[in-house]
Unconditional design. Structure first.
Length: 733
């Protein structure tokens, strides 16, 4: 794929399609789903629903339930949809600024619910109702080998939340406090032509349908009394529902919400679970102790499933349900994950049942078919860009290993107009400055990032992926994805096995384990119709988050920070430096330093092997409560690092000291230490070059929630500039 000077235009291509092309029910579903409403903290969503129903004179009770009533007399029918979602609430603030949390609800969620939030972007609500970005800490794969007791990622005691704060006082000054609710960042997307995907869509489809039903009832005269209720705290003991039942005493009850797996006995827990209905197969009638029979409702068009009671156990006596009570739902794929999926056709099927029951017509939820999201051209700056703007531009460009055109050309576009780099046979971007005499010094950073490439497309529309690079599978499986086609980006979800929500399942520790992709297709022909083909690359979507204290978070900081430092140094050095300098933005580092290996070999053949290579790459840092401080203890905000020892290289002690001396002379904050992984400079050692690896500290490496401090980028760019002007190779080691 050849895309000139392009970067991304939105988080998920089809997300824009929902807001731009889908008014009515589709837009309603997106608005509800994208509004965070952790159980007990549904105020904002309650207000939105209340405002939407203003013309129908809704009532709001002391729990935040919203009720609107139509007609009078018998029978009294109650239709209920929950509006809350599971999440977390701050339970302690550490002295170092990390947050500890408890889960809402504290029990009853799948075994890996916590693990699938590790290293993920979140949103946290302040005391004033403002929302701030936050990142859950995650283990860095470079630091776990050799540890006897790796923290269990499912254990809530290992759940730490990072706002970018360095102290408890900074947390409080930001407005975040004890009891602040926390939930996954989300943006509802269209996958394929008729599938909605995103965090909490399984908790909002019922409310979206009932809003449409309420508006239809506002134009008609129903038989008897109909009350529509949007209830809170369903996940924490069905308290909102209990309150509404106490108020209304209905004769008939329809509950529209997700179906949970039935509670299993000890003997049943080791038995395989029956397959759940697949999205696209029609709406469902959930049979449980809450709704044993649907004969009174005529559920012939609904597929029966076994589910847990929709009235969850709380304190005090359970509310009394009418004899005529029914739980209606839709099939949900990957439930309670960031990538959970429902089918608009199932929602329309459910809407037809509800509409017939009420005697109204409910509009369809079929979304407008999304076009691939286009890429937006990057403008070349007229002057050196600020480091934060430069880094944002480079990180938002995608570049999976082996498919790095966009990231490479983003680097090229951010260079001064007078710079004329070339691209070699390995795809490396190479810029030579200064004379060709004297010791050649190379500065190198890599342009690739983790991701996948489509290996095969099955007849049923399932897509098989090859993994590019190394990471932690739980950071990616079950999360939204982007397919990069020749026409632009399409939304997708990295798949999960059927038993992912059981205690028997464990995420593979090897990122190379087979991964699949769901693009909302039922056949290979449907995949082809979307313009998706074998060889297209796949990534997790990226958003640039500004945290507190000039800290930022986005996937691919490794190694776009290094790329940015080199770009900045070129601007600072000018067109005609006095030394023999080469800047290289290398490819395929995550696959084994392949771009660097090719460049080192070609340099040796040309007789231009550098005396010194400054490989600029991540210092995978233990600056996190999850990591052991005996190793990789680089602190965010305290300057660049000399990556003195890693798995591929040991920097000569004299060179470490010279870097320190130059940094001190220029008042550049410097650290040094030992970390894991390898660096591009190691490819040059066999030819006689000295590898002096430079870094900046990074939290949560190889994850969607990488975190760094912009002050460290400032220091890194400054030391690269100073070394380019002053470095003297040390001889006679």
């Amino acid at each position: 794929m050849r895309l000139r000077f392009l970067s991304f235009v939105c988080l998920l291509g089809s997300t824009a399609a929902i807001s731009a092309q889908n008014a009515g029910p589709a837009g309603t579903l997106k608005s509800l789903t994208d509004t965070v409403a952790v159980s007990g903290y549904e105020t904002e969503l309650s207000h939105r629903i209340e405002q939407r129903l203003a013309a129908l004179h809704p009532q709001r009770d002391n729990m935040g339930n919203i009720l609107v009533t139509f007609g009078s007399g018998a029978p009294h029918r109650l239709l209920v949809a929950p509006i809350d979602e599971p999440g977390y609430v701050v339970s302690h603030i550490e002295d170092d600024g990390y947050l500890r949390v408890t889960r809402l609800p504290q029990t009853g969620l799948p075994p890996h619910y916590n693990e699938m939030h590790n290293a993920q972007p979140m949103v946290i609500t302040t005391r004033k109702g403002e929302q701030r970005p936050a990142i859950v800490a995650g283990l860095s794969i470079h630091l776990t080998p050799g540890r006897a007791s790796v923290p269990d990622p499912d254990d809530i005691d290992n759940f730490y939340v990072d706002l970018g704060a360095g102290s408890r006082a900074e947390v409080l000054a930001s407005g975040v406090d004890l009891l602040s609710p926390l939930a996954a960042e989300r943006s509802l997307s269209i996958v394929g032509t008729h599938t909605y995907s995103g965090t909490a869509v399984g908790d909002r489809f019922g409310a979206a349908l009932l809003l449409a039903a309420a508006e239809a009832l506002g134009q008609s005269a129903p038989k008897g009394t109909v009350t529509i209720a949007f209830v809170t705290q369903q996940w924490t003991g069905s308290r909102g529902l209990a309150r509404v039942l106490q108020q209304t005493h209905p004769e008939e009850l329809l509950y529209l919400g997700r179906t949970l797996r039935p509670v299993r006995s000890t003997a049943e827990r080791n038995e395989p679970l029956p397959p759940s209905p697949k999205p696209g197969t029609g709406a469902v009638f959930a049979s449980s102790s809450s709704s044993k029979s649907g004969d009174w409702l005529n559920t012939a068009s609904l597929q029966p499933v076994q589910g847990a009671p929709f009235v969850t156990r709380g304190y005090g006596p359970a509310p009394t349900l009418p004899e005529k009570s029914a739980h209606l739902s839709v099939p949900i794929l990957y439930p309670l994950t960031a990538g959970e999926m429902i089918d608009a056709r199932d929602l329309d099927s459910l809407g037809a049942v509800v509409g017939k029951y009420l005697g109204v017509s409910i509009p369809t939820f079929a979304p407008a078919t999304p076009a691939p999201a286009a890429y937006t051209a990057i403008s070349r700056p007229n002057a050196a860009p600020a480091n934060d703007a430069l880094l944002k531009t480079l990180t938002l460009a995608y570049g999976v290993s082996e498919v790095e055109t966009m990231s490479r050309e983003a680097v090229e576009k951010m260079l001064p107009a007078w710079a004329h780099p070339t691209t070699d046979a390995a795809g490396n971007l190479v810029l030579h400055l200064g004379p060709t005499t004297g010791p050649n010094t190379v500065f190198m950073a890599h342009t690739d990032e983790l991701g996948f490439r489509i290996r095969a497309i099955d007849a049923d529309g399932a897509i098989q992926l090859d993994n590019k690079g190394g990471g932690t599978t739980s950071f990616y499986w079950g999360h939204p994805a982007v397919v990069h086609t020749s026409a632009g980006m399409r939304s997708a979800v990295v798949g999960l096995p059927q038993n992912f929500d059981t205690a028997q399942f464990h995420f593979p520790t090897d990122f190379r384990s087979p991964a699949t992709l769901n693009v909302g297709a039922g056949s290979a022909d449907e995949v082809a119709a979307m313009g998706i083909k074998t060889g297209d690359f796949v990534t997790i979507p990226k958003t640039f988050h500004n945290l507190l204290n000039r800290r930022v978070s986005i996937r691919s900081l490794d190694d776009r920070v290094g790329c940015a430092a080199l770009v900045r140094a070129v601007w600072e050095l000018g067109e005609k430096p006095s030394r023999n300098l080469t800047f290289v933005w290398s490819t395929r580092e995550e696959l084994g330093l392949l771009g660097a290996v090719a460049y080192a070999e070609s340099s040796a053949k040309a007789g231009t092997t550098p005396a010194t290579v400054f490989a600029i790459d991540t210092f995978v840092s233990s600056d996190s409560p999850l990591e052991s401080k005996r190793y990789a203890d680089g602190i965010l905000g305290q300057g660049f690092l000399v990556r003195a020892i890693d798995n591929s290289n040991i920097v000569p002690w004299a060179d470490v000291q010279q870097v320190q001396a130059i940094a001190t002379a220029h008042h550049i904050p410097v650290q040094y230490g030992v970390t894991g992984g390898g660096n591009d400079g190691a490819a040059f050692q066999r030819y006689g070059s000295t590898d002096v690896a430079l870094s900046w500290p990074l939290r949560n490496s190889h994850s969607p929630g990488e975190v760094m401090d912009l002050r460290d980028l400032d220091a890194l760019a400054s030391i690269v500039t100073a070394l380019a002007r002053e470095w003297i190779p040390v001889s006679g080691r």
